[in-house]
Design a protein around this ligand. Structure first.
Ligand SMILES: *Cc1c(COP(=O)(O)O)cnc(C)c1O
Length: 368
């Protein structure tokens, strides 16, 4: 007999994922469109996402760690897979054996890779990361200039890349400044393909210093339906649908409170539905409601039902007073056509990225 009565069901639309990749590709058709699939494809599942993207036409993938590259290479054979977090000490042979390309971001990493490829007949393909203002990973502009002046790096890089710090806020001047510096640095290695744009730079490639597309773009979160640019009319489709089961519906009198700490007091005689899902499932506790602080909202049918009170580990209460039909066994939409990952992120004081990568492990998962 089945013991499987999941509290949540997660439906991942691989067709929408492929459509989003095609939409992003078509924005700058002269530039290759890669796919960033780090963190298990932003929580939706790398093993299923990579083949769907490869079938749509993606040939280049970016992950954060070597173990993810191994999964991506198995799921999308023949594709180029770059590892954004670079080369750990002593790891060059393991990268080569896995067919993974490190994104080299320091003189030490470049030195180790150059020494390794000089001593073997391994594929030397790797990217070089230059820092143009983020101060996270990458060679400083002066380090890169010095390396080029000395004739380095000693092998032919497959990609020169940098990363944008503020592209999700198009009015910020930093993006054009980064674009200008990157163009200056890539002119020192004109034979190497260049890459600068993330999702925001892919969706809005134009700056006062020219186009952000270069030879290859690296969208991540937008593939999964999130819109990184607040207020931008995004052409992307939702990829993730998450529903929670209603366990029980109860009446709560006006003036009573709901949940831990009694932080939210009902203002009218209310019906409250309790959902079988909580912060242990990645619905961040900050998304709960309190007096004067509205929480996130679920949808029952077409009706928005605000979260009431604190989110528990395994439970969320929602106000279904305006949905008299809601009953035990029904499903409420947590994410989907009515509630985007960006909407839930905002209600939780965070961003769609964190909602996606927090998606829990005890849902029933269906890929369509
Ligand atoms: C994560 C990441 C991306 C993708 O960013 P999105 O905002 O998700 O599109 C691109 N490049 C680098 C270096 C990254 O770390």
């Amino acid at each position: 007999m089945t013991t499987d009565f999941p509290g949540g069901r997660l439906t991942i639309d691989l067709g929408a994922l492929a459509d989003n990749w095609r939409t992003l590709r078509s924005i700058s058709p002269q530039s290759e469109c890669a796919a960033v699939v780090k963190a298990d494809a932003y929580g939706i599942g790398l093993r299923r996402a990579a083949p769907a993207l490869a079938d749509a036409g993606a040939g280049t993938f970016f992950v954060a760690q070597l173990s993810e590259a191994v999964t991506a290479r198995a799921a999308a054979p023949g594709s180029a897979v770059y590892v954004l977090n670079g080369l750990p000490p002593g790891a060059a042979a393991a990268y080569a054996a896995a067919g993974a390309r490190p994104v080299l971001g320091s003189r030490e990493e470049i030195g180790e890779w150059a020494a390794f490829v000089a001593s073997t007949d391994a594929d030397p393909s790797a990217a070089i990361h230059v820092d143009t203002g983020m101060n996270r990973l990458g060679l400083s502009p002066d380090e890169f200039r010095a390396m080029r002046a000395a004739g380095g790096p000693g092998f032919a890089p497959a990609l020169l890349m940098s990363h944008l710090a503020c592209a999700d806020e198009p009015e910020r001047p930093e993006t054009a400044r980064q674009r200008k510096l990157f163009a200056e640095l890539r002119a020192l290695a004109p034979e190497t393909p260049a890459s600068l744009a993330n999702s925001a730079g892919t969706l809005r490639p134009e700056t006062s210093e020219g186009d952000l597309a270069f030879d290859l773009r690296r969208p991540g979160v937008s593939l999964y339906g999130a819109n990184p640019i607040a207020g931008f009319a995004s052409p992307l489709k939702p990829v993730v649908r998450l529903e929670a089961r209603i366990i029980q519906v109860r009446d709560v009198a006006a003036g009573e409170t709901v949940g831990y700490g009694g932080v939210e007091r009902m203002r009218r005689p209310s019906r409250v539905a309790v959902l079988s899902l909580g912060y242990a499932d990645g619905i961040l506790r900050a998304g709960g409601g309190a007096d004067g602080v509205p929480g996130a909202a679920a949808f029952v049918g077409e009706t928005p039902c605000p979260y009431v009170g604190r989110i528990s580990m395994d439970l969320i209460a929602i106000d279904v007073t305006d949905t008299p039909h809601a009953q035990r066994g029904d499903w409420a939409e947590i994410l989907g056509d009515h509630v985007g990952v960006d909407d839930l992120g905002r209600a939780c004081g965070t961003i769609g990225y964190e909602i996606l990568t927090s998606l829990g492990r005890r849902y029933e998962r269906t890929y369509v």
